[in-house]
Ligand binder design. Structure first.
Ligand code: 2X7
Ligand code: FE2
Length: 302
């Protein structure tokens, strides 16, 4: 419940859900939305139906804003946050331009964006607001945003992925993302809003180097190799058992051995924002996209 206290302070802000919501552009391509120029016949139904089921739950939670941390907005100095009221443009996937040429038009909750940046700074993190109106939003933010809310009728906050795992090591990344998660939670609680925090990353992340002649030909689709699959199942099992602290402690090994997009810090940040839930998560779907492992997972009160 949200409302105002005397003196303009807001009451009742909370995180109503956390989601693992990966961003393979193939999933948007397969849906043929009007925003995307490319056309497909079908494809990756297990994952797309998982997103349908997650969307239905999020609708029931009546949220105000999606807060998304994307692995494809990599920043080398600190964490950046989208902070113009609107971003509009054409996003073309650099590796799959034949699948994803998407006309985006998104609203940003600038007040919440600034509050997260302030809280991050207070926690000792380097933070920067992205206030360039012409900035081209990355496809990770767009794909996860689209699949969670194809109508784009709610604002988002977009958070970059600091490259600490590559520049220093995974442990530095983990420490920073745990702090950023706590800062995000504080900002949301003070905002009076009902927010969904979204980690926009795949799990195992070995890509095939060749695409089938018809990209949506599902007879070609499978995990890159069994070792990746075993790692994905291990991580998903921990989610289902509510063992998020154990999951966090495995992220360094998982990131290295499964070449996972958890190197972005998105999953660590999201679980920290949720204060490391011990309630079992709901797994809506698991499936592969060009060899990578992807899980659609929800942590909420439902
Ligand atoms: O960015 C991605 C991804 N994470 C997974 C699969 C395919 C393409 O792009
Ligand atoms: Fe990706």
């Amino acid at each position: 419940m949200s409302g105002n206290l005397p003196g303009g302070r807001l009451l009742g802000g909370k995180i109503v859900a956390g989601c693992l919501a990966p961003h393979p552009p193939h999933l948007v391509y397969a849906e043929n939305p009007p925003q995307n120029e490319a056309r497909s016949e079908c494809g990756w139904e297990t994952l797309r139906w998982g997103y349908e089921s997650l969307r239905a739950n999020l609708d029931r939670l009546a949220y105000d804003v999606l807060v998304i941390l994307s692995p494809h907005w990599r920043t080398y100095v600190g964490t950046h946050v989208l902070a113009c009221p609107q971003f509009k443009g054409l996003s073309v996937d650099p590796i799959f331009p034949h699948l994803f040429r998407y006309n985006y038009d998104m609203k940003v909750d600038v007040d919440l964006a600034k509050a997260i940046a302030r809280q991050g700074q207070d926690a000792g993190l380097e933070m920067k607001l992205m206030q360039n109106q012409d900035f081209r939003v990355d496809y990770g933010t767009i794909v996860s945003g689209h699949l969670l809310n194809p109508k784009w009728d709610k604002p988002i906050v977009g958070i970059s992925s600091n490259a600490a795992a590559a520049y220093f090591n995974v442990d530095v990344m983990q420490e920073n993302m745990i702090r950023l998660g706590q800062a995000t939670r504080k900002a949301i609680e003070a905002s009076g809003k009902r927010a969904v925090v979204v980690a926009s990353n795949s799990l195992s992340h070995r890509h095939f180097t060749k695409e089938p002649p018809v990209p949506e030909d599902m007879s070609y689709e499978h995990i890159a190799h069994h070792g990746q699959y075993l790692w994905d199942m291990k991580m998903i099992e921990l989610m289902k058992q509510g063992r998020s602290r154990d999951l966090i402690s495995l992220i360094p090994d998982f990131t290295e051995q499964a070449a996972s997009e958890t190197d972005s810090g998105a999953l660590t940040w999201m679980l920290s924002a949720l204060d490391f839930p011990s309630k079992p998560a709901k797994v809506h779907a698991y499936g592969t996209v060009i060899g990578t492992g992807n899980a659609i997972v929800e942590w909420s009160e439902l």
